[in-house]
Design a protein around this ligand. Sequence first.
Ligand code: UT7
Length: 335
Amino acid sequence: MALRNSRIVGLGKHLPAKVVTNADLTRVMETSDEWIQQRTGIRERRYIDQDTGAAELGAAAAREALDRAGLRADQMDLILFATLSPDYDFPASACVMSRLLGVRGRAAFDVRNQCSGFVYGLAIADRFVKTGRAQRVLLVGGEVHSTGIDLSTRGRDVAVIFGDGAAAAVIAAEPDPSRGILSTHLHAQGKYAEKLWLEAAASRSRPRLSPDMLEGAKPRIFPYMDGKYVFKHAVTRFPEVILEALSANGCTVKDLDLLIPHQANLRINQMVAMGLELREEQMFNNIDRYGNTTAASIPLALYEAVEAGRVREGALVCLAAFGAGFTWASALIRW
Ligand code: UT7
């Protein structure tokens, strides 16, 4: 059977209404608007203000993406949910979201690859469509960080960065081989697993959760990040994986209309832009308003870039991610 391409035919987003500014954070920890903006480019982020899981945020984003694609949830052959903050340890948030969308009997699973989760999910969706195993795939990136970070001075280096949110894409078959997802490129290196991780509750500990995990300078129930170490790897891996995607398709940086990098830190993205000699209009960032929403950050930025008229039909768009694992990935798309 001849392989065909896949294409994003609808995008959606959903952000909790509660805006948390840097000034708001100064009320719960020793930090400053100046420090956060200078080091990260973040001005504000969103937090859920009641018990809402990642699946609920994802379902709202999915409904918009489906509407825009002119499709119903029960027309999806596969449902993927990229997240590092699933509603439950198990079952998958993809299953919980399927219930919210009223879908029954469709394949659904989570992609647990943190900041690279959306691009990994896109690669899976693309393969399912390409090989004819699926006609239409719903891919959601959704995160609730605010219930899992240490909102005190002790945890400020990590806590100020993250925000809640979700975004979704509907992916469908595209008969024109020159359009849609041209290629995806996935990488991982477990050597650095503990440089950016959430240790507890963990199946390697007996019991999985114990009071000592809540104590100490860096309680193990909160995410830990060796920020400088992660930063250094990110600014190397991003250009590598972007150039890999371009060269795999016989393109150069000059051909690129828009780069949508994961939104972890504006400084990382500025260094990547400088290294690749990108013009300002070749990169899209929205971290100032949402912080780092991990698996949701790329589809959220893609959604807003399209809304802002920055992605015209026929544009060459590169998505690029780097995060815990370490994992890094890219996708090249002819819009
Ligand atoms: O999405 C996953 C991938 N993640 C990333 O790519 C993140 C990569 N790393 C980073 O973005 C940066 O490393 C951070 C923004 C997390 C931290 O910036 P940094 O320039 O590496 O700061 P640092 O952690 O080395 O801390 C510098 C100083 C320290 O004080 P001293 O020891 O110099 O007195 C910290 O205690 O800043 C202090 N600090 C803060 N001050 C005010 C750390 N966090 C804060 C804070 N507010 N929130």
